[in-house]
Write a protein that binds this ligand. Structure first.
Ligand SMILES: *Cc1c(COP(=O)(O)O)cnc(C)c1O
Length: 365
């Protein structure tokens, strides 16, 4: 059996392609290439779904992080906290605005940003902002972070690139008072057919500034802008997919629960079951004993036709390009090399989950 990591065949099936083609044909007929009706309808509906007042579509998720830093006037001389386990883009954004990253350690059981380490790094480095990441789709402890950050006026930018479908308690990601950034890269839970991103926010002035920045500063000549527009074709695809996303995320949750039950007797560490209903299950990570065990299990799974991914190869602080920056990374280093992500998509079947379990079981027997 072949179990793919993502399943684009099913996601972009014939029925979807037919609807997408009709929208693309219409865009080509009407020459509405940027800032078209689908941009507006998606922004309205997505903001509503995620509990935000505003959604501003952008060119990609990394731009969203950078522009969020711009909104908080973060630049050269400023320090920004970043969790030790994340995709490179989070730290790239900090460097791209000329600020200095400071590593914040993670919770060893989840990989999420650690509030105690956050507090220490804020005190030691006078951070101007922190960028908690809802990594793998797990909910970062935003309420706890807000208690730490608010009295010290430290801005919080939530990197929700993997978290469309994640809940913070009973509320969807996007409903806090923070700037919340998304990527709609094709592999994300809600993906375009190319690059796109967005910022969600509650504040009218923040929304105005983001609109100005994304379109070359147009409308406010006191601000330097850039091009981070989302084109109409990507917006048309996102707008087409949006009504199907809750059902897809529910399917991911069901699959995660099924994995959780079926893998529970194996000698691997699973995430705490409190996450079963909270995570978007963008990825399904398991924790192994060592980096070597991870490599061997990945090889074994590959030989059985099961795709898996070592997200992320190392802690952020172990990457040559950023290793010289300060911070704490003990738990991030202890965990990062031992995480393996199993196949996850809305279209996974019980037979596939059984096969993944049997393949892992065979490795340990
Ligand atoms: C995908 C991702 C990004 C970057 O998004 P792009 O659209 O590729 O620029 C940022 N942060 C995290 C955690 C991501 O997973």
């Amino acid at each position: 059996m072949q179990v793919p990591f993502y399943n684009f065949q099913e996601l972009h099936n014939a029925a979807f392609r037919e609807q997408a083609n009709a929208r693309i044909a219409k865009i080509l007929e009407t020459n509405a290439f940027v800032d078209g009706e689908y941009n507006h309808s998606f922004e309205t509906e997505f903001a509503k779904k995620q509990g935000a007042k505003h959604c501003l579509l952008l060119a990609n998720g990394t731009d969203a992080l950078e522009i969020a830093l711009n909104v908080h006037n973060v630049g050269p001389g400023d320090k920004v906290g970043v969790p030790g386990i994340t995709f490179y883009a989070t730290v790239e954004a900090i460097l791209n605005v000329g600020a200095t990253p400071v590593f914040i350690d993670v919770d060893i059981d989840s990989g999420l940003i650690c509030p105690e380490s956050t507090k220490r790094m804020i005190d030691q480095h006078s951070l101007k902002a922190i960028m908690p990441v809802h990594i793998y789709g797990l909910p970062a402890p935003i309420a706890e972070l807000e208690k730490i950050c608010h009295p010290k006026k430290v801005a919080i930018i939530e990197d929700a690139a993997q978290a469309q479908g994640t809940f913070l308690g009973t509320k969807p990601v996007g409903s806090t008072q923070n700037l919340v950034t998304f990527s709609f890269y094709p592999t994300k839970n809600l993906g375009a057919a190319g690059d796109a991103g967005a910022i969600l926010c509650q504040d009218d002035e923040h929304a105005r500034i983001i609109k100005v920045i994304r379109n070359h500063g147009r409308g406010d000549d006191s601000r330097l802008g850039r091009n981070s527009r989302c084109d109409h074709m990507q917006a048309a695809i996102l707008d087409l997919k949006l009504p199907t996303i809750d059902q897809q995320n529910q399917a991911r949750k069901n699959h995660a629960r099924s994995y959780h039950q079926k893998l529970s007797k194996l000698p691997i560490k699973l995430l705490n079951e409190v996450f079963l209903d909270q995570s978007s299950w963008h990825l399904y990570p398991i924790h192994l004993g060592s980096p070597q065990e991870r490599m061997q299990l990945q090889e074994h799974l590959k030989s059985k036709g099961v795709a898996s991914q070592p997200f992320y190869e190392t802690a952020l602080s172990e990457m040559k390009s950023v290793a010289h920056f300060p911070g704490e990374d003990k738990m991030a280093k202890a965990l990062a090399g031992r995480v393996l992500c199993l196949p996850m998509s809305p279209f996974l079947t019980e037979a596939e989950i059984d096969y993944v379990r049997d393949s892992i079981s065979e490795f340990y027997s």
